[in-house]
Design a protein around this ligand. Structure first.
Ligand code: DAK
Length: 259
């Protein structure tokens, strides 16, 4: 089951997964990533959960991949053993929406992990960055791709080539984060509220909506629009589409079956 490095908790329809390796500012070691993947896959398959909240501590969401673990790695080892390739499970295997609530440091792999989430919330003072250049390397978990798509090439290039940090307020201003909150408490409250709103809807529609929005990142527009239409047509096969539209017509609150 889950080790002490990951904390979990559950309210109705939402499940919080908390990175908990405070002595290393939640540096993402292989065991931590393995536990995180296990926790997310368990939550993903739970009938009782619609939304996942991914958090760290007030001081650090995550200060990056574990530098001390990476330091002695050789090319052949990293290549042949697919070093920390399992990071991508979060984006390929979890169908339920993930809200990242970022406070404190979100650097390197921590920034990349936050960008893998479906909704990114942060505090205004959060410390984001891709500082790998300072370590003689480059982003390795999608940072160069996701940051560039989110904030544009020139700004991403500047940040990745200089290794400079940026604040949560800037992340929100540039469109990387959906919202920046003035305090840690406000962040957690805002993230929970959004999670609860999402969890109040049909799971079938939630998962469909996540899937089609994420396709927009991979597909050309024409293919993406077609993909969306196929999923939209498919949702007419769900009970919840009938329940939602009937409830609207009858001015009732829908009682979802999630079927
Ligand atoms: N790794 C290991 N330990 C870390 C760490 C990290 N990333 N960040 C912090 N720590 C440890 C520190 O070593 C220290 O441990 P002790 O010395 O007490 O044993 C403890 O956490 C507290 O850190 P500080 O004493 O440094 O705390 P400060 O408040 O003074 O500074 C800081 C906080 C976040 C500014 C500083 O710790 C820092 O600069 N940390 C490193 C940030 C960084 O460079 N991150 C990028 C790492 S490279 C891939 C996936 C991912 C990646 C690559 C490939 N694939 C899927 C292929 C990712 C790469 C990276 O993330």
């Amino acid at each position: 089951m889950l080790s002490p490095a990951i904390g979990t908790g559950q309210l109705t329809g939402l499940h919080a997964v908390t990175l908990n390796r405070p002595k290393a500012l939640n540096a993402l070691s292989t065991p931590l990533i393995t536990e995180l993947n296990q926790a997310l896959l368990e939550v993903n398959s739970s009938d009782r959960v619609s939304v996942i909240l991914l958090t760290g501590s007030q001081k650090a969401f995550a200060a990056g991949a574990d530098i001390k673990e990476m330091a002695p790695l050789t090319f052949s080892k990293a290549y042949t053993q697919s070093f920390i390739e399992s990071w991508s499970q979060l984006t390929t295997q979890v169908k339920k929406p993930i809200i990242a609530a970022v406070s404190g440091h979100a650097l390197g792999g921590g920034c990349e992990l936050a960008m893998m989430a479906d909704i990114l919330y942060c505090t205004e003072s959060a410390n984001f960055g891709q500082p790998e250049i300072k370590l003689g390397t480059i982003p390795g978990a999608g940072g160069s791709q996701r940051l560039t798509r989110a904030i544009g090439k020139s700004r991403a290039m500047e940040l990745i080539l200089t290794g400079k940090s940026f604040t949560g307020a800037e992340a929100a201003q540039w469109g990387l984060a959906a919202k920046a909150f003035p305090s840690y408490e406000a962040l957690m409250e805002g993230a929970m509220k959004t999670a609860e709103t999402i969890a109040s809807y049909s799971k079938v529609a939630i998962i469909g909506a996540k899937e089609v929005v994420n396709k927009s990142q991979d597909l050309p527009l024409r293919d993406g629009v077609e993909y969306e239409r196929r999923v939209f047509h498919g949702i007419f096969g769900s009970q919840d589409q009938k329940i939602g539209m009937k409830a609207f017509a009858e001015k009732q609150k829908p009682e979802w079956t999630h079927e």
